[in-house]
Design a protein around this ligand. Structure first.
Ligand SMILES: Cc1ncc(COP(=O)(O)O)c(C=O)c1O
Length: 414
């Protein structure tokens, strides 16, 4: 290209989204060989055993019964008050920390992550997250002139690598006055790891120690996109209470999403939740989040907000939604168990899976292995340090069969 019109900061290399590209190839293979002969484990969305997207009846029934003008009207910039209340209650589900809490609506979890990264880091800052991470963290931070730095997620024993977390945290905090750490838990994308309550104790004990230096500001951003599919009941939310009575210079935010929990992926609704011991800091969070909302998307999807509010307020509806969600949670667990068991049987190495939509396999040549698996009609997403299998999108039967083939293919690259 000889001429470029775009401003300097908006100039990026043209590259196709890797996940959507490989998902497209899987679709072509389905047309050619039939869906029963193809394992499409690419997209991070719940699918039935035939590969059809699951959209909860209990959710979309409410939306479709809503008067047009309710869906059509603008919502307040902060979000519909009923929605914000429903989010606060269902998100913490009895595990509310002793803190001042503010909730602001955003377009999806992505919108929440964007607001948090933009408002709580300075230009040029490094943002710390684990070496296995959801790649849009990088896109969001680089667009804002920030940079993702990583720590090793796993210790040799397959636990949260607190040693490397501390090391990298200290290194960056020596260079910057503030540091944001993004922790995607429970049910991390792409590994399916969930930070345990004991590991949270270690993380918080460490950051409290670092926060004794009053010149430092510590920001924890918990990405909870998959929380609705973690654990049996609400026990995977218990760590929220640990965010009680933190020093003023530790600010915690959670990025909430309705994409997975309500299957409202395309309706684009989430929230950013801020928690502080200090009321002024919580209010300041709200003011800056509202400014970002106005500057970027103005306001959110009112119909989707009302769906969440109605499910929360209507007992019968709420039960219907819970039954539907739990049914899929069970199917997801059985698929993941089938994949993990079959992997153990054939000696296929997996990263420690605890909950959620994905299982990841470490390897040195992810792109070559992904290509070789395509020859076997197994479609997996190559990542920087391995390949990802989306159990959310594959039947239990195929989850049980795939590990043997994956192992054979991976062995060829040793
Ligand atoms: C780790 C992670 N965080 C956040 C999101 C946000 O999703 P959404 O913007 O659809 O809420 C996703 C979606 O795939 C994700 O995988």
């Amino acid at each position: 290209m000889t001429i470029s019109m775009v401003a300097k900061h908006a100039k990026w290399p043209a590259k196709a989204d890797a996940i959507f590209a490989i998902a497209g190839k899987a679709q072509e293979a389905i047309t050619k060989y039939g869906k029963e002969n193809v394992t499409n484990s690419t997209l991070g969305a719940l699918m039935d055993d035939d590969g059809k997207l699951i959209a909860f009846d209990s959710v979309f029934g409410v939306l479709k019964d809503m008067p047009n003008e309710e869906i059509s009207a603008y919502a307040p910039i902060a979000g519909m008050p009923k929605y914000l209340e429903a989010v606060e209650e269902t998100f913490f589900a009895g595990y509310k920390p002793d803190a001042h809490i503010r909730v602001v609506a955003t377009p999806g979890g992505t919108g929440a992550l964007k607001v948090a990264m933009w408002n709580y880091t300075e230009e040029g800052d490094e943002i710390l997250t684990s070496d296995w991470y959801w790649s849009p963290y990088n896109t969001i931070s680089e667009e804002a002139g920030r940079k993702i730095s990583t720590f090793q997620l796993f210790s040799d024993e397959g636990n949260f690598n607190i040693t490397d977390f501390k090391k990298r945290f200290k290194e960056i905090l020596n260079k910057q006055d503030r540091l944001m750490a993004i922790i995607n838990t429970p049910a991390q994308n792409p590994t399916g790891y969930s930070v345990s309550d004991d590991e949270w104790d270690e993380i918080l004990a460490f950051v409290k120690e670092e926060a004794k230096n009053p010149d430092k500001k510590i920001i924890l951003l918990v990405d909870t996109a998959y929380i609705d599919f973690a654990g049996a009941e609400n026990e995977k939310r218990a760590f929220f209470t640990k965010f009680s009575n933190l020093p003023d210079n530790i600010f915690v935010m959670a990025a909430f999403s309705t994409s997975k929990g309500y299957t409202m992926y395309g309706l684009r609704l989430g929230a950013l939740i801020g928690m502080s011991s200090n009321e002024e800091i919580a209010d300041e969070f709200r003011v800056s989040s509202l400014h970002s909302g106005r500057a970027n998307w103005s306001n959110g999807n009112r119909g989707a907000m009302l769906v969440v509010a109605e499910i929360f307020n209507d007992k019968e509806l709420s039960e219907k939604y819970t039954v539907e969600k739990n049914e899929w949670k069970g199917i997801l667990r059985r698929r993941a168990e089938a994949f993990v068991e079959a992997s153990e049987e054939v000696g296929l190495e997996l990263l420690p899976y605890r909950d959620g939509f994905f299982v990841s396999l470490p390897c040195d040549k992810p792109y070559e292995i992904s290509d070789a698996l395509i020859e076997k009609n197994i479609f997996m997403v190559p990542l920087g340090k391995g390949i990802r299998f989306a159990v959310c999108a594959v039947s239990e039967e195929k989850c049980r069969k795939a590990p043997k083939v994956i192992k054979e293919v991976m062995d060829r690259f040793k």
